[in-house]
Design a protein around this ligand. Sequence first.
Ligand SMILES: [Fe+2]
Length: 230
Amino acid sequence: MRTERQAAARQRQLERYAADLREVFKQERNRALELSNSYRATVQALSNAVEARDAYTGKHAERVTAYGIALAQATGLDTNLAPDIEFGFLLHDVGKVAVPDAILFKPAKLDESEFALIAQHPIIGSDILRDVDFLGEGKLVVRHHHERWDGNGYPDRLAGDAIPLAARVFAVADALDALTSDRPYRRGTRFSRARDEIRACSGSQFDPAVVEALNTIPDARFAALRDGVA
Ligand SMILES: [Fe+2]
């Protein structure tokens, strides 16, 4: 009889422990969620600050991020496990804060020294973000988003697999948005046409594997992502 009572008491105690543990887990999960929401909001605010300067490309960072995530998933990058990649997409041009308006928005062709200044923005961007640990791999996107597969990009002239995969994915997403967005001097092209142009640069400007992944995503998906941001 006594043994039974003891066993029942032990059982109740174990159930209390389990309930306490569940509560602790729940609180931890909520705290982690709160923290990750704060990270996201901070990154978004910084990205909006960069975008606010350029009336023509409005929402470019959000669109390119939406395209980039779809493309990263099609390429095999797990963006759920690495939100820092998404942060890198959003912040890719943060270094442009250091480029004067007269150069950034110059309607004519840039001369050599002006281009040299613009070409500094990935370096300036990665310097600005250097100590922000939670951006992780995202900082590599900021640094290398203008590298080319053939090694003729900037700032480090990396080539092929030496370019971080997330940056290679970003380069294609960036081109897709640039080609399909209206500019003051031209209308954006259709996705199908942009695809052709990107395919023509596969193996020179872009990683062929990423271009292949691009072709697995239908136009309608990109259109839905674009409309979701607008
Ligand atoms: Fe850039």
